[in-house]
Design a protein around this ligand. Sequence first.
Ligand code: SAM
Length: 261
Amino acid sequence: MKCISQAANYLNITYDDARSLFLKTFDISLTQFQSFQPNLVQVKYWQHVVSLLKLQIPINRILNRQFFWKNEFILSAFVLAPRFETEYIVKIALQIYNDKSPSQILDIGVGSGCILLSLAQKFYHAISTGVDISQYAIQNAAYNASLLKITCNLHHISYEKFLQNHKNDHFDLIICNPPYITNINDVHISAMYDPPIALFGNILTYIQIIQNLPSFCHFIAEVPVNLVVDIKSLITNYKIQVFNTNHDKIKILVITNINKS
Ligand SMILES: C[S@@+](CC[C@H](N)C(=O)[O-])C[C@H]1O[C@@H](n2cnc3c(N)ncnc32)[C@H](O)[C@@H]1O
């Protein structure tokens, strides 16, 4: 197809790569591609996508969607784009529960809903709750939940307030990928399109959550490697495990059956 060869030349990529991009852009299979005749609007859209790519805008931001675990998630411009390393939270939670299921799941900082909805899909008997300080994130997670036909509770509230208001609730699985970047110089160029509220934070978030953990729960969180030792030193009377991810600077922390101090 001519518009694919043109894009390949313009972006200086192979025809195969340009075709893959084309399939992703129009969400069609290779078989569907054989008989696909883009109309004028589609050709214009394709040119628009190619021109944004030329400006090095990430493909997930151009197409407003991103794969995570077993689903594709719609991504608004105001939420964090799900990362591959975050899938380890899902993977580890599934390993921990094996054939069993948690009864109440809480996702702190739910964002697009990628972690919560991936778990809720598997643990369909559990009551799943997500909180986020960003109204955009809650709307985005709700939209993804409706597309995936998953029922969950989503609250536009800060985790500080939520934990205060739900001291007696028994969440037996708490998951969290909090904003944890402390230094603006540590922000990778690819995070340029993520909202700052999803990026910048510090150890306080972990401390506040850990201090409010109910007994007999699993807390699974993404943690930057530089905070692991400090967080571990704050915890007594616990079972704590640290797992690697594909990213050498990012770990997954699992705290189990921590007692209230
Ligand atoms: C790193 S993003 C994680 C998003 C999603 N869970 C993921 O893994 O892709 C952190 C999320 O925490 C939310 N957040 C930041 N501060 C918060 C607070 N005080 N209370 C609740 N949510 C907060 C942000 O809006 C953002 O959606």
